[in-house]
Ligand binder design. Structure first.
Ligand SMILES: [Fe+2]
Length: 276
């Protein structure tokens, strides 16, 4: 029976992929094996620690369901999501910068008329008018752009975190020929990522806080343009420099200015899409 030294073992596992007819899969899996083995060697991983890692990943998977995505949260809190974002979305021009999708996006948010209130059930929270336009890199308005927007409520929770809440604080709007958009909502607040699962436990053990600075989520898409997944962050939020998922970019911080009435706010932001 063959025995392998530490170095030979890594190459032996990779050699078993010789017959793989998908070169990209082979490249990714070979690199995965190489880095996993290197990790184990670097820290001299014990069997107990290896099993603890297995249990952690098992618990992470078991925490996932059709509304909860603990693996995205793990990726986000380890900075992997923002690493993938940085690799794939370098935007040296005027285009709006992207950031993490996060674990709370839901397909099929209701299509609402421009100007609608996406927070009709929110208790408390400062009424806020969000407006701006969607344009291309040359400044031309993008007609028919779809803005998919979602956010946490004044209590810091998304609808999917509450049993039987239904769709709330999320909607889709489509721009007209002028590329403009506006809708009403409540000013977002900073909130902790879920701490009742394995990822929350990990943060606790690492001495990390779980908070995200206040933000609105957007996916802006239009034919002929790259879909843009991004946030608008509230200027002045205390967690902008320590976002639990490393998602803040300076260009996405917006000054929520006082609105028409006391206690109300306005948020104005123009999205610039990149040609596909
Ligand atoms: Fe969020």
């Amino acid at each position: 029976m063959a025995r392998f030294s530490e170095d030979a073992l890594t190459e032996a596992v990779i050699a078993r992929m010789d017959k793989c007819d998908n070169p990209r899969l082979k490249q990714i899996m070979a690199a995965t094996v190489r880095h996993l083995h290197a990790l184990a060697r670097e820290v001299k991983l014990t069997e107990a620690e290896w099993f603890q890692a297995i249990q952690f990943l098992t618990a992470t998977g078991q925490k996932c369901d059709d509304k909860r995505q603990e693996f995205i949260l793990l990726s986000d809190t380890l900075g992997l999501s923002m690493m993938v974002d940085a690799i794939n979305h370098a935007r040296p021009g005027s285009e709006t910068e992207s950031t993490v999708l996060g674990p709370f996006f839901v397909e099929g948010a209701p299509d609402l008329e421009m100007g609608a209130n996406i927070a009709p059930h929110a208790k408390g929270g400062a009424p806020t008018l969000v407006s701006g336009k969607v344009s291309d890199g040359s400044g031309r308005p993008v007609a028919g752009a779809l803005l998919d927007v979602w956010q946490a409520g004044p209590d810091g929770f998304y609808d999917v975190q509450k049993p039987d809440a239904g769709m709330d604080l999320r909607a889709r709007f489509r721009t007209g020929t002028d590329g403009k958009y506006h809708f009403r909502t409540v000013k977002p607040v900073s909130y902790p990522v879920p701490t009742d699962g394995p990822v929350g436990q990990m943060l606790l053990k690492l001495g990390r806080h779980p908070y995200r600075p206040a933000h609105l989520h957007f996916i802006v898409s239009a034919p002929g343009h790259e879909p843009l997944t991004t946030h608008l962050f509230v200027k002045g939020d205390g967690y902008l420099d320590s976002d639990a998922v490393f998602g803040v970019k300076d260009s996405l911080i917006v000054d929520f200015k006082p609105g028409a009435k006391p206690g109300e706010f306005t948020c104005e932001y123009d999205f610039v899409l990149k040609a596909a």
